[in-house]
Design a protein around this ligand. Sequence first.
Ligand code: 23J
Ligand code: MN
Length: 256
Amino acid sequence: MGVLEQFGSAILSGDIKIVDLTHTLEPDFPVLQLPPEFGQCEPFKIEEVSCYDDRGPAWYWRNFSCNEHTGTHFDAPVHWVTGKDVPDGSVDTIDPDGFVRPACVMDFSNEASGDDDFVLTADHIKAWENDNGEIPAGSWAIFRTDWSNRSGEEYLNMKEDGAHHPGPDADAIRYLIDRDVVGLGVETIGTDAGQGHLFEPQYPAHALLHGAGKYGLQCLRNLDQLPPTGAVIVASPLKIKAGSGSPLRVIALVEG
Ligand code: 23J
Ligand code: MN
């Protein structure tokens, strides 16, 4: 049997299981809040067009609108100024080869449970590699914090001085770029820490990753159902012309 034929059989037999890493797109799902001097992210909006009624007797459909960075979403290199000249750096032009990739799931949920501002460092990643092996080039680095168990106000965790949630420092990102990951996936509203504007450089995940042509995945969930290595993530953004990102359904394939 060829490898794809084996794969198909394993899907049908249940030896490979599908884990949904996506939040439901709904108007109540929190969106990123920036300081008031900046343009703001629109939440998900929905408007019924017809529902088996006089507007359309046999069909139900709706219009929706949202920011490219609403809900569980993909960040393309052009999202950040550092990535504006990355070739094929928008969601419609990036190579779909990156849409199906293995995942390295780094579980720092214990550390994050006691520290809203937990900072992922290169030493944390090295410690994970010590236990699990080197992050293979081309794979997703997935940062597990269990932050997705939060909802509402507690998810954004906004204080007077801005949001407070975990994120990586610049050295952690440089380390991941050196490993040549395809990108960084997180459970929080951004790949950067809530206080990432105070880091050097500002928003290191966005600035450095996108400058290096890497991607982001935000607002993931169910990372507790993934093994540290061996899962494959399917994350295929909408093909929005010149899009900086897109909401998407993210699934993981795991051996069950
Ligand atoms: C714009 C400005 C700052 C940030 C972000 C967007 C994101 O987190 C995002 O969704 O890309 S931190
Ligand atoms: Mn984003």
